[in-house]
Design a protein around this ligand. Sequence first.
Ligand SMILES: *Cc1c(COP(=O)(O)O)cnc(C)c1O
Length: 444
Amino acid sequence: MSDLSLPSPATLATALSHPLVPTLRAAQPTLWRNPALAPTATALGDVGLGADDVAQASARLRRFAPYLALKFPATVAAGGLIESPVQAAPALQAALGPAGAPPLPGRLWLKLDSHLPVSGSIKARGGLYEVLHHAERLALDAGLLRQEDDYRVLDTPPLRALFAAHQIAVGSTGNLGLSIGLMGATLGFRVTVHMSADARQWKKDRLRAHGVTVVEHRADYGAAVAEGRRQAEADPRCHFIDDENSRHLFLGYAVAAERLAPQLAAAGVVVDAEHPLHVHLPCGVGGGPGGVAFGLKLAFGDAVHCWFAEPTRSPCMLLGMLTGLHEGVSVRDIGLDNVTAADGLAVARPSGFVGRALQRLIDGVYTVDDAQLFRLLALTEATTSLRLEPSALAGVAGMGWVAPTLSPTLAAGATHLAWATGGSMVPEDEMAAYLARGRALLDG
Ligand SMILES: *Cc1c(COP(=O)(O)O)cnc(C)c1O
């Protein structure tokens, strides 16, 4: 946060006089509808990136596909692309409403980024993409690669030696570090991951087993990022991956949307003005949900509605957009502690880049408390057999918030797609503990 200019106390106090702030301060689950929402055509220009940029990112991922298929057998079926399926979840939908009440109108689907190859979370999109982008630039500049080449050449000694002379650093609550560490180490880079205090032990163990240097910080995500940035600045051969500001990460996430459109079409899901698509995206610092939302707006225009889901104790994007202060406000400014079991979402200060880019493109943000995340975790497992990590359940709460706000016709025609952002790599014992906690809450 070295380059951050904070608002004056008077500006902050005025911004925090918003009528929703007491609800946020009390950590009460709430829905905020974005008053700045504008037609897609008007607001897309705010992002500073366009369809061309997403197309280039997509083409870059296709160039790497033969290499990824070589190194990660789980990607072979998809031709070396890192992609996940969609799945209808009618039984989960039926279980969402209060017992005895009529089911929520519309249809619930899940997007299973929980099962993405390599790192089992949405971070396998942005994190991998940025490492690949960096590796490609180094190799092209060194004259060791041409874009027309078969990228499996990256797995040969001259290229591996090039990457071994370079370093990658990142600060993370866990999943970003896992994605960047595994991809970077596979290419041959030296990687250092600065982990915040809330990062899970198994993620650190897994990285160390792959030769990644893990530095543990006693403070939260913001401090881990600051330390990664500081270390990288001192070394010109070190590339710092900036989760808060990186356009590369953002574009890596955005590619998801152009692949989702044919998936939905193949599944018979119609998306148009009468059949709106409501996409529910768990939000931490904002890059993942922001990049996906940007791609969705490019692909579906006004027919798609993007909602961000945040923990009640870490509603950083909600607070940043509501006040217009973005990275200038922290959840600590309203007395929240940024403690949640949704480790990917435990972020106190949002990305200012994402907040400004999407200020007029997202429909709103709602908050979910940890007890609800664990109930949804157990309900999802009971109705679909899918095992997701707590963060990934935040968007599953969204249909319950949004469906009742729609007209009966639009509600009936709507598809709700909850982005299940992570979970397939959680160790068995950890998952058993999550499930036990969720089942106890459902029974209680
Ligand atoms: C990182 C993460 C998110 C949110 O992405 P941001 O880019 O931090 O907003 C959501 N779910 C999981 C599981 C994550 O790891």
